[in-house]
Design a protein around this ligand. Sequence first.
Ligand code: ZN
Length: 283
Amino acid sequence: MLRLHNGNGGIFIPDGTEPEAALRRTTDLCIAAHQDDVEIMAYGPIAQCYEKDDRWFAAVVVTDGAGSPRAGRYASLSDLEMQKVRVREQVDAARLGKYAAVLQLGYPSAAVKAAGDGLCASELRDIVRLTRPDTVYTHNLADKHDTHVGVTLRVLEALRPLPPEERPLKLYALEVWRGLDWLPDGSKAVFDTSPYPELAADLLRVFASQCAGGKRYDKAAPGRRLANAAFFSPHHVDSMDSCSYGLDITPLMIDETLRPGAFIGRQIEALRREITGRIGRME
Ligand SMILES: [Zn+2]
């Protein structure tokens, strides 16, 4: 059975299923840096799994949430008190979203950003072995938050050594601290975030400590999804009200020689070609 490196208080299973079975039923696993990142970036998969018998969503939050900004009624909390608040909020989200399980690993940010430690990656590998998901979601390499990119690199370190039969089929990188609207349309993975709008709103409102500082993620994340759907194509009527974007980074999991920087660099280069090509055609 899984023993979390930083203490086993970090495992919560909303429906009380015995841990091994609870983890094993996972089909969709999201690995994120902080409490609330999962609900901001992976609402599409959460909604796809919601109340389904054959699909289960599980969440992993890698860091302890200690360094988060605080304001309003949270302003006077110590780092330790703030961590407890954030852990509780994430548990509430898992309950609301009827996740298979949520695992909060409690690593300091610095440990996630440091290459070569190996501990965080090996714990993530153990979790993937126990959950055996079809699909893993994590942060995208063009994100502007160091810890988010650190998590993506640790996820790659976790998955690459696994034998092919133990790897997920797909690995997607999702949007938080930078939208993925800039990706060429052919590269975009589109996740429908329209179902259960009340659930979508509640899953963001539950993180009251994050919204209290004037950062209205509960409005901004649904707003980005609406904008994504409305501005997806100038020539087509919207087929969904709301969507989020991802990039399929499965090749980075499969091919160990592929460098993450070079991989995302190709997408940036494709964007450059698309923009300069359009101008060139009309000059
Ligand atoms: Zn975050």
